[in-house]
Design a protein around this ligand. Structure first.
Ligand SMILES: Nc1ncnc2c1ncn2[C@@H]1O[C@H](COP(=O)(O)OP(=O)(O)OP(=O)(O)O)[C@@H](O)[C@H]1O
Ligand SMILES: [Mg+2]
Length: 234
């Protein structure tokens, strides 16, 4: 981030304190009997403050330059923990979801960041789909990398928009902020991973390929001796 970005981040951070005060008083007043008829208005004001707060959080994580800690862990475990949450979201929207965990070695990951990455990508997938659409989450080894694939059956991404993806505040949605993918790109970069996108009018797939750490790649070598396709580049 440039200087202006750093300043925006600083202001964003400081704005939260007064917002917290306002939120607290809204909550307090909204609970009073004399304001009972105004309850929906109070709730709306509080949820709008929460939304503003969520945008600031996302922006601050983007502005964060300190490298976050990573440790060797199982991507499938992280996916499995988050899956019920995403599944519940999917069902309330009358859409379908599946998760196919593959045999993958442990990776150097920051759990919080990977959680955020997953939530942002699955939310985008869900937002792109009509009812009954299916979201598919997969993990597998391909070409010496661990791949996390998130596929939707949504509207697809227009060619002219593909190169704008990841630019902060680029959005085509009425209520979008355009920080979701920017955050994803940052997280992917800090994991030395890569994003590939395959999109058509029938849907979009995001492929995140993670490098396999040397210690884990030995195990993959042993596994690959038994596999039909040997894994190259490890
Ligand atoms: N799976 C997808 N299918 C279709 N379009 C997508 C998909 N993912 C991203 N996009 C496009 O990329 C744009 C940017 O996505 P991004 O997640 O950064 O922001 P957003 O979803 O609009 O807002 P938010 O900040 O709430 O995530 C979207 O507005 C949409 O046009
Ligand atoms: Mg998004």
């Amino acid at each position: 981030l440039n200087l202006v970005g750093q300043m925006a981040a600083g202001i964003g951070h400081e704005i939260r304190n007064p917002m917290t005060t306002v939120r607290g008083y809204l909550q307090l007043l909204g609970a009073k009997p004399e304001y009972a008829v105004r309850k929906p208005t109070f709730d709306l004001m509080i949820s709008e403050l929460d939304r503003a707060n969520a945008i600031i959080t996302e922006f601050l994580s983007l502005a964060q330059t300190k490298r976050t800690e990573q440790r060797s862990q199982d991507l499938n475990d992280l996916l499995g923990k988050l899956y019920p949450l995403i599944e519940a979201d999917t069902f309330t929207q009358n859409k379908q979801i599946s998760f196919i965990p593959g045999e993958i070695p442990n990776l150097e990951l920051n759990g919080n960041e990977i959680t955020q990455l997953l939530l942002n990508l699955t939310r985008n997938g869900l937002e792109a789909m009509e009812e009954r659409g299916r979201l598919q989450i997969k993990s597998y080894v391909d070409n010496g990398k661990v791949v996390l694939a998130i596929a939707d059956e949504g509207c697809g991404i227009a060619a002219e928009n593909l190169r704008k993806l990841g630019t902060p505040f680029f959005t085509t949605k009425d209520s979008g902020t355009g920080l979701g993918l920017a955050t994803c790109y940052k997280i992917v970069e800090s994991h030395n991973a890569k994003i590939d996108i395959d999109s058509s009018t029938r849907g979009t797939t995001f492929f995140i390929s993670f490098p396999i750490p040397v210690a884990s790649s030995k195990i993959v070598d042993i596994l690959s001796q038994k596999a039909i396709h040997p894994i190259s580049g490890s």
